[in-house]
Design a protein around this ligand. Sequence first.
Ligand code: ACO
Length: 325
Amino acid sequence: MTVRRSRIVACGSALPRRAVSNLELAETVDTSDEWIVQRTGIRQRYIAGPDEKTSDLAIAAARAALDRAGLTGSEIDLIVLATTTPDNTFPATASRVQAALGMVGGVAFDVQAVCSGFVFALSTADNMMRLGQANRALVIGAETFTRILDWNDRGTCVLFGDGAGAVVLEASLGNGDADDRGILSTHLRSDGRLHDALYVDGGVSSTGTVGHVRMEGREVFKHAVTNMAECAEIALKANGLTVDAVDWLVPHQANRRIIEATCRKLGLPLDRVIMCVERHANTSAASVPLALDEAVTDGRIKPGDMVLMDAMGGGFTWGSALARW
Ligand code: ACO
């Protein structure tokens, strides 16, 4: 049976100019390189300057992905952009990206699922493409997450960074089995009861301020491992596969220990995991596409590989996407 799918044909990414090491951070925050590396695996993060907005990073990542696909913005008919740190309260940051890329038709909008945002955006675009509502899409995860950090809260401010990643999706036809190239399935979940374990204490209709990230670290850690492992297993089961079929896991880059514990639960060796948390820290919605771009560019992810993307974030939200590259 012929089925319509979407396939990732190119990736791109962008980072702010300024990298800040743990040592530099420890000059102003009561922390140490040793504590951060031991608890999280993070060694540095990129911090956007005042002239580097979420849309600037998103546009740069999108342009890099379009260049690699040999396409221009006018050939794209859908942009789904995941962010928690939009340029403005409205309109969507995707509108700025649409205009900058010279895309005059189609539709561009934002989705908000914090660190799961890229997987939620990918799922949204994939479903629209399966239904024939779009033929070529840009899916972007972009954040200036450091803008919502409380630099006096050492339990959170050392964990995050800024950046953007983008992928170009093209509609393709397949046989409907796991040998098809393209996105095989996506799986999204949320549980609003866990809202208070990870949230921002401000907002348009609550305080009228932007607010800062608040987090119960241990609670988040526990749920992240359980939920990411659960969503990975759901994706494999839905496609009649076991963990042995996975060539690369591209997990949300929150913390090395979360990724290692998730892999132990799944029975997946770490040499099949893409990890860049040490250089980027947690870039929220940008983390999965940043990791993807790195692994595709350096040749680790190759055509035909089975790639499992997996994320968890505030809400709580969590989700996975399985793709044959
Ligand atoms: N530097 C030095 N000491 C610190 C720091 C810091 N940056 N932060 C906390 N501490 C201290 C605490 O004050 C505490 O000291 P005390 O024992 O004297 O009271 C001690 O370290 C232990 O604090 P805990 O919070 O219990 O440390 P824990 O081992 O739980 O590690 C961490 C904290 C790294 C945040 C961990 O809970 C974690 O990784 N949680 C997951 C959070 C996460 O990744 N969130 C990202 C968003 S969600 C997502 O992306 C999936």
